[in-house]
Design a binder for this molecule. Structure first.
Ligand code: CDM
Ligand code: ATP
Length: 284
């Protein structure tokens, strides 16, 4: 029997860095939401005790380095499972883009294994396991629109973000999350945390309040290294998007509009300028 699990991409409406912690991670506050762009994972239980991962992107690792492989291994060890699992990942979310692709696949694997192996894990137990694989896995287990804090493990669902179109633009630039955090001088950040402001706006359905306060503390570092991203962000603002920001540690720049024709126009204009451009909707 086969089991199919959908794994949606996430966007950051905000990413506030509060301080660097003793364990070298950063204390964060973020508003995240899921969008209508997803990977699809097909799970086939195997009698033989082995883990096999396949994907349609040849450059992606399918061994211990794959987040899905890591989750299966973790669950098998923790719950002493002697059966095997074969997973096919149909990758649609751009990789290393700031859209949480690997994390959402890992979360989808946890949800699927929980059902297939009848583990009866609570959301909290899945969050604890997921955190061992990546910062964005806990959010991806919960999904929807959420206020995310701590290292990324405290996920508080809030009202769905006001419905709108989201244009995602990813130029051919690679960004290492670790390098960006390392280059960040938190004590010198000249910037006001926006997550609580955006959460309050979303709670009362205030689209303008949300769009006016999008922000990302990592933008300064990533933009300095890749000036093309600043140009892209300014271009999207000039084209009339209601709000523009960077997702995660980049390089994807996201723009919001409640007007479909405008979002479509921006999408069409960016296609010549950017490697990958998508027009998506937010998910409830
Ligand atoms: C920046 C975000 O995209 C926001 O959504 C995520 O926090 C990144 O998620 P990810 O790629 O799954 O990240 P991880 O593999 O957990 O962390 C990558 C690196 O980012 C830095 N990192 C991450 C999370 C955090 N709260 N503080 C950090 O300093 C650490 O150097 C870590 O080694
Ligand atoms: N299933 C997977 N899908 C995508 N990337 C994976 C997967 N498993 C492992 N990786 C590795 O994880 C790295 C980051 O990819 P991913 O797409 O998760 O980044 P991201 O979108 O920037 O994530 P985030 O927003 O959480 O920082 C890549 O270098 C890739 O090789």
């Amino acid at each position: 029997m086969e089991w199919i699990e959908r794994a949606p991409a996430k966007i950051n409406l905000t990413l506030d860095v509060l301080y660097r912690r003793a364990d070298d991670y950063h204390e964060l506050e973020m508003i995240m939401s899921s969008v209508d762009l997803a990977d699809y994972l097909t799970f086939t239980p195997l009698e033989e005790d082995k883990i096999e991962v396949f994907t349609n992107k040849a450059f992606l690792p399918v061994d211990q380095r794959n987040h899905v492989y890591q989750i299966i291994k973790l669950v098998k060890e923790r719950y002493n499972i002697r059966e095997g699992m074969l997973v096919e990942i149909e990758k649609k979310i751009p990789v290393a883009a700031g859209l949480g692709g690997g994390s959402t696949d890992a979360a989808a694997a946890l949800r699927a294994l929980n059902r297939i192996w009848e583990l009866n894990l609570s959301v909290q137990e899945m969050i604890e396991l997921g955190m061992q694989v990546g910062t964005d896995v806990p959010y991806s287990i919960v999904g929807g629109t959420a206020f995310v804090s701590g290292r990324g493990e405290i996920v508080t669902p809030i009202n769905p973000m006001p419905s709108c179109w989201v244009v995602l633009a990813k130029p051919r630039i690679s960004v290492s999350t670790k390098t960006v955090f390392r280059a960040l001088e938190v004590e010198r950040l000249d910037y006001i945390p926006k997550s609580r402001i955006v959460a309050d706006a979303i709670e009362i359905g205030d689209y303008k309040g949300m769009a006016d306060n999008l922000s990302n503390a990592l933008e300064a570092v990533t933009f300095e290294r890749h000036p093309k991203l600043r140009q892209l962000s300014e271009r999207m603002e000039r084209y009339g998007m209601d709000g523009v920001t960077m997702s995660g540690s980049g390089p994807t720049i996201i723009g919001f509009s409640q007007n479909y024709s405008r979002a479509k126009r921006v999408y069409n204009s960016l296609r010549g300028f950017c490697e990958e451009v998508y027009i998506t909707r937010t998910l409830k």
